[in-house]
Design a protein around this ligand. Structure first.
Ligand code: ATP
Length: 294
């Protein structure tokens, strides 16, 4: 398990990361989301030891992380790690060796992964001659060489088409299935919603929400949509109900609590012509906007 405890980083007067604490349990996929400049990259760099924290600590398996532990972590940095002017297979092989694999084992594993992701014909080509999506595949392959004990990936899905997203998600899932914790950042919130066991939302350097998508949804404000045969303008007069939108037969309301919602439904039934009364489940994007506007 990876644990971040009160991680803080200042750049001069800028407090880029402010007492960030969360865990990435064994076998869990954790999505790290937040707007530009929220502090995701800075946090990941501190986890990897590329950057020293101003305060706080990183724990691995319950004790302070060591250089030896980090040598076994797989990392995909924001600036990407592979050399554009070098052929793909030799540099992946070299990277595998840096992770302690023998040259033949590193070459075989790299070749297998490249073939699996449709790059079998491109192994001798320079990285820069590959399409951006294929370069990204190679970068992700680089991070999983050498059986990593943890994966830390900075926007691994950016620029990938849907089938590449599926392939790479599958690769990450194979790792979580073996117990490897995975932390990745992304701006693709629907993807994070689909893939992750839990989500950490960072805003201006602070964790503003943390939990499974279900937990985040449960914490979102109560909203209902009421559709009737006739006009729903009468909801404006119901005590405890904030009216968010009324459009003829449909109203979207925020009742103070479930009892108020029930009373509203009873009123609606008494008037007759109820077509729908449904909880509005927010998307992760809506929850994100809500928590990031605090
Ligand atoms: N080397 C640096 N020197 C000074 N300030 C920095 C440096 N690196 C990052 N920052 C600042 O720290 C804050 C957090 O940046 P960071 O790159 O960690 O955010 P991010 O969440 O990864 O953003 P993005 O989604 O845009 O990649 C920003 O205000 C940024 O300007």
């Amino acid at each position: 398990m990876l644990e971040l405890r009160g991680l803080t980083r200042r750049y001069g007067d800028v407090l880029a990361v402010d007492e960030v604490s969360f865990t990435v349990p064994r076998g869990a996929m954790v999505g790290f989301v937040g707007g530009n400049g929220a502090g995701k990259t800075t946090t990941m760099r501190m986890v990897m030891g590329v950057l020293a924290p101003s305060a706080g600590e990183v724990l691995w398996q319950g004790r302070p992380v060591t250089a030896g532990d980090r040598a076994r972590f797989g990392y995909m940095p924001e600036e990407r790690g592979l050399y554009p002017k070098q052929p793909v297979l030799p540099q992946l092989t070299y990277l595998g060796q840096l992770h302690g694999m023998s040259a033949p084992a590193a070459r075989e594993r790299s070749r297998d992964l490249l073939e699996r992701f449709g790059l079998g014909e491109r192994v001798k080509d320079k990285l820069e001659t590959l399409s951006l999506g294929n370069q990204q595949r190679a970068q992700i392959i680089a991070s999983v060489l050498g059986d990593p004990t943890l994966l830390v990936l900075d926007e691994p899905f950016s620029g990938l088409d849907p089938s590449a997203v599926d392939q790479m998600s599958e690769l990450l899932r194979e790792h979580t299935a073996r117990g490897v914790p995975v932390l990745f950042s992304s701006h693709q919130l629907e993807l994070v919603d689909r893939l992750c066991d839990s989500i950490v939302v960072l805003h201006q350097g602070r964790v503003v929400a943390h939990g499974s998508a279900e937990q985040l949804r449960a914490g979102a404000p109560l909203r209902y949509r009421l559709t009737m045969a006739g006009d729903t303008g009468w909801v404006r007069g119901v005590p405890g109900v904030e009216v968010l939108d009324v459009d003829g037969p449909t109203a979207v309301v925020a009742p103070a609590d479930e009892q108020v919602a029930e009373r509203l439904l009873v009123d609606a039934v008494a008037r007759g012509g109820v077509r729908e009364f449904a909880r509005v489940v927010p998307t992760l994007s809506e929850i994100y906007r809500e928590v990031a506007s605090v």
